[in-house]
Design a protein around this ligand. Structure first.
Ligand SMILES: *Cc1c(COP(=O)(O)O)cnc(C)c1O
Length: 375
């Protein structure tokens, strides 16, 4: 049963729907002029840096790792508190994920712990801006530079976020975004990679489509092993319709989160032991609003979620700690290895947040949550 207030919901306007219909009637529906236009618009957004689009954020991350030269025998440092795609792609290219515990306040990778995880095999770092809260880019790049490491920013959740006034994507090394429907900007499925040079972008195009390089009217060669990661024009047209509304979406999310704080950041709620995120209204795009349920609560998280569902409110878990999954345990990662991530992951709960939500919806969620926690 779909709750009357879902966890999230994309905003697709009529202009975008009409634009998609136009693409479908045009006779060219896969990668073509709309993908080029989407890439150009994204590049403009990111200060003119080279950008290429892919058919998922996962494909985007995989290509980024290949561009960074990550492969068998290499180690990549990342966070255990993310969507599993972040570390799956490290395995896909044949490398080994090395997890570093989180800072429970930001819920992002703890930069103070990164250097002790660096070994001679370390090739790259994949930081994740969980819920859109940016990892400290100054400290991150200071560490990467000192150790000669590439950075693949998993900015899947931070489209529209910024660091010290600069948009995420306009600064840094390789920056990967996702356009999954739950993300702040969607192309149904899709993603894009911001790169450091046109040469890198040309190579990304090869990894994107079977390694193919075309010359002249009839020339074709294959130099590297590429995949099938190209975005369709239908998807790109959806993305273009979203991009012009990005600032509006971000402002609306921030406004809704201010209401969440107004209703939850108070003594009566603190007394319940509910953990709130950092109240950042300038840098985070508020991809998600996540609370951490009280320790030793009378109800389990699953019970809280079920009670909210009965009240018509959708919630989610973002995310279970990656190192505890069977696949990762089979690779030598163990329960207890990253206790701070485990503690947050076991009690974190994502509340509804999306641009078409109303302030009344926020009140409905907070009243229901307080009622459930007090029971
Ligand atoms: C969504 C997401 C991805 C993967 O993106 P897809 O488009 O679903 O492939 C990777 N990392 C993080 C942190 C994400 O949130």
């Amino acid at each position: 049963m779909q709750p009357s207030l879902p966890l999230t919901c994309p905003t697709i306007d009529e202009e975008t729907i009409a634009g998609v219909a136009e693409v479908l009637r045009s006779g060219w529906i896969t990668s073509g002029p709309k993908v080029k236009a989407f890439e150009a618009a994204l590049s403009t957004l990111f200060g003119g840096r080279p950008v290429r689009a892919f058919n998922s954020g996962t494909a985007t991350l995989e290509v980024a790792l290949r561009l960074a030269g990550v492969g068998p025998g290499d180690e990549v440092i990342t966070t255990p508190l993310s969507w599993v795609a972040t570390s799956n792609v490290i395995l896909t290219v044949g490398a080994r994920p090395v997890f570093v515990d989180i800072d429970p306040v930001t819920r992002n990778i703890d930069l103070a712990r990164i250097e002790s995880a660096i070994s001679p095999a370390t090739k790259a770092i994949i930081p994740v801006d969980l819920a859109g809260l940016p990892v400290d880019r100054d400290r991150l790049y200071e560490i990467a530079k000192r150790h000669g490491l590439r950075v693949v920013e998993d900015a899947a959740q931070s489209m529209g976020s910024s660091w010290r006034g600069q948009l995420i994507g306009s600064i840094g090394d390789l920056v990967s975004f996702s356009f999954h429907p739950n993300k702040n900007l969607t192309s149904i499925e899709g993603g894009c990679l911001v790169m450091t040079s046109e040469a890198e972008a040309k190579l990304a195009e090869q990894y994107r489509l079977q390694g193919v390089v075309r010359t002249g009217m009839d020339g074709m060669d294959v130099e590297v092993l590429g995949g099938k990661f190209n975005l369709t024009d239908v998807a790109a047209r959806v993305g273009l319709g979203q991009l012009v509304r990005l600032d509006e979406f971000t402002s609306k999310r921030r406004e809704l989160v201010r209401a969440y704080f107004a209703q939850l950041d108070m003594p009566a709620v603190h007394a319940l032991g509910l953990g709130l995120p950092i109240a950042d209204f300038t840098q985070s795009n508020w991809h998600m609003f996540q609370v951490v349920l009280p320790e030793n609560a009378a109800l389990t998280r699953a019970e809280v979620m079920a009670k909210l569902q009965v009240l018509g409110i959708g919630t989610g878990v973002h995310y279970p700690a990656i190192h505890r999954f069977t696949l990762y345990r089979s690779l030598g990662h163990a329960e207890g290895d990253y206790p701070l991530a485990e503690a947050v992951a076991s009690r974190i709960l994502t509340l509804p947040l999306f641009p078409s939500m109303t302030l009344a919806d926020v009140s409905r969620v907070t009243e229901a949550l307080i009622q459930v926690l007090q029971a």
